[in-house]
Write a protein that binds this ligand. Structure first.
Ligand SMILES: C[S@@+](CC[C@H](N)C(=O)[O-])C[C@H]1O[C@@H](n2cnc3c(N)ncnc32)[C@H](O)[C@@H]1O
Length: 571
């Protein structure tokens, strides 16, 4: 087993559910003596059984590739324990089962490895556990555990777009390999012009700064709110208003409480903050500082990113709550797969200022020590780069005319993907499925928010379309202005695309325009190098991001202070 494979595998496993669970383990480890005793006992058992075992590599029977695949397939279908308590019990049982079977001889190597692998799947710091396994599990069994992990990652990666997006949306994501890998959103049904292809709720949304200040739109769903109907929250650090108590509750649950509220973010049974002196004052100070920063900065992205981080925490904490007690607004996608979705999205290099990093990290740590790890190292930069790159502008009925003109340099202006123009939007939202829409200067769909009057997106067909057609929207306003020639309009939209999304548009219209006589020879010559765009281009990042994030996660898991029982086991 190569270390790199272990790191990749562990990165994926870490990413799929470490956060609140790790915090919970840490809390239990520090506070629960019977839990500590159990771990120590377990450590001794591992040592004893592995000391007795001197299995000879050469005589050990290794499973065939087919046996391994069949066993893994069955294992992948097993339901995983949900609550921390269930996970804890499951983990202990599987480790002890693995030991017992390993002591039965080589014929039991595969069942033993499967048990150890099951334990690993629920463990909050898998890299630590791998290190422990390497030292304590018989070599042939350890090798099978690693082979199982390898295969697990491979099958998960290959089958990812078989189950996402949900088939009921009527679209699929296709991965095109040539000339460079890209993903496109393709219709899975026939539609007529004007039909809604699918609707999608945002993962997170934010109002433009000036509208947040006026309190005329719902802070959660972005619906227009008249003053007499506004629900005004008790605790708030902006001029938030809600269109209903339902929106207020959802907002509080998803992010508002963690970022700007006072209540514990953990369920009442686990309240590690309750008895820490000064915790409430500390939290208040961290939140005030962050809110002041957001107000003076006047940008949308820092709050959008903070809300996304809060939703990740919400998803993890939700797993600790029995299903019947969870909020009813569970999103359409499996929240535990959020990291998987994010890893697959493209992004542009974005640097978050040290101030912004520190302020948000303080808010997270003050809500629950350990949460700040969520955005450690350059994960904050990457997350912001991804949200910035994929977000869509929200506007109703073609957009507004009263947005203040930004004072920033052109390269610093926040841009969202919207055919109506960022300058006409009321807010910004981030969607999982619609993130995959490519741009075309002659688009065949448009995102609309008029159907609901909220941030829920309806994707509307602009012409009759057939199953198998690629869906494309306009990221920018592609219509020529009243005084704009076709050539100028083409140059403007291509410059906007290059500036905001760092690519030279290759849509059918741009390609067709190149061969028409109305585009000047000089501009055509720019096609290859795109030096007519006046903006340096770079490939949007994706695959490197996956590798980097995984490597960092694995590194963090190895170098972190003790948060999990492996640390005790490894003593
Ligand atoms: C928001 S993502 C859309 C999903 C993306 N196709 C993927 O592979 O993940 C935007 C990226 O798609 C590519 N793209 C979208 N529309 C394009 C176009 N008209 N011409 C060239 N590249 C385009 C660009 O490389 C850009 O990095």
């Amino acid at each position: 087993m190569k270390t790199s494979t272990a790191v990749t595998v562990a990165g994926v496993t870490v990413a799929t559910g470490v956060l609140a669970y790790a915090v919970y383990f840490d809390y239990k480890r520090r506070n629960d003596t019977s839990f500590r005793k159990k771990l120590r006992k377990d450590k001794k058992k591992v040592e004893k059984s592995t000391a007795q075992l001197q299995v000879d590599d050469a005589t050990a029977s290794a499973p065939t590739a087919e046996q391994l695949r069949t066993a893994l397939l069955a294992l992948q279908k097993e339901p995983l324990p949900v609550s921390p308590q269930e996970k804890e019990g499951y983990f202990m049982n599987q480790v002890s089962l693995g030991e017992q079977m390993a002591s039965q001889g080589p014929a039991f190597n595969l069942p033993s490895a499967l048990a150890f692998y099951r334990a690993l799947r629920v463990y909050p710091s898998p890299v630590e556990l791998i290190v422990l396994y390497e030292k304590s599990v018989p070599t042939p069994v350890f090798k099978i555990v690693m082979d199982l992990m390898n295969l697990d990652v491979q099958t998960r990666a290959a089958g990812y777009y078989d189950s996402f997006p949900d088939r009921s949306m009527g679209v699929v994501i296709k991965v095109i390999q040539e000339p460079t890998e890209k993903k496109i959103l393709v219709l899975d049904k026939d539609v007529k012009a004007g039909e809604v292809i699918f609707t999608e709720k945002p993962v997170v949304a934010v109002l433009d700064h000036d509208l947040q200040e006026t309190g005329t739109y719902c802070t959660y769903c972005l619906r227009s709110v008249s003053p007499q109907d506004a629900v005004i929250p008790e605790v708030d650090r902006f001029n938030s208003v809600y269109c209903s108590i339902d929106c207020e509750a959802r907002s509080k649950h998803q992010s508002q409480n963690l970022l700007f509220g006072r209540e514990s973010v953990l369920p009442p049974a686990l309240l590690p903050l309750g008895d820490i002196p000064g915790a409430a004052e500390n939290r208040n100070a961290a939140q005030t500082a962050f809110a002041n920063y957001l107000k003076s900065d006047g940008k949308s992205l820092p709050l959008l990113v903070a809300r996304f981080a809060a939703r990740q925490v919400e998803a993890e904490i939700n797993k600790m709550i029995p299903p019947e007690m969870r909020a009813s607004d569970a999103p359409a996608i499996d929240e535990s797969a959020q990291y998987d979705h994010m890893e697959r999205l493209r992004y542009v290099d974005t640097e978050v200022t040290q101030d912004e990093k520190t302020l948000l990290s303080n808010v997270l740590a003050a809500a629950l020590p350990g949460l700040e790890r969520l955005l450690g190292d350059d994960r904050h930069d990457i997350l912001k780069g991804k949200i910035r790159y994929n977000s869509i502008g929200i506007s109703f009925n073609g957009g507004r005319d009263d947005k203040p003109t930004p004072k920033d340099r052109p390269e610093d202006i926040e841009r969202t993907r919207t055919p109506y123009g960022t300058s006409r939007q009321i807010g910004t939202a981030f969607f999982y499925v619609s993130s995959y829409l490519a741009h075309s200067c002659d688009p065949n769909v448009r995102p609309s928010f008029d159907e609901t009057g909220t941030s829920e997106l309806s994707l509307i067909a602009l012409r009759d379309l057939k199953k198998g057609d690629e869906l494309t929207m306009a990221y920018v306003d592609v219509a020529p202005g009243p005084d704009e020639s076709a050539v100028d309009a083409r140059r403007r939209r291509r410059q906007e695309l290059a500036r905001g999304w760092k690519f030279a548009c290759e849509c059918s219209k741009c390609v067709a325009d190149l061969v028409t006589t109305e585009i000047s020879g000089a501009e055509s010559a720019g096609k290859d190098g795109d030096n007519d765009l006046g903006v340096p281009l770079e490939e949007a990042r994706v695959e490197e991001a996956v590798a980097r994030v995984e490597a960092q996660l694995a590194q963090v898991a190895v170098s972190e202070p003790p948060v999990a029982p492996a640390q005790e086991l490894a003593l």
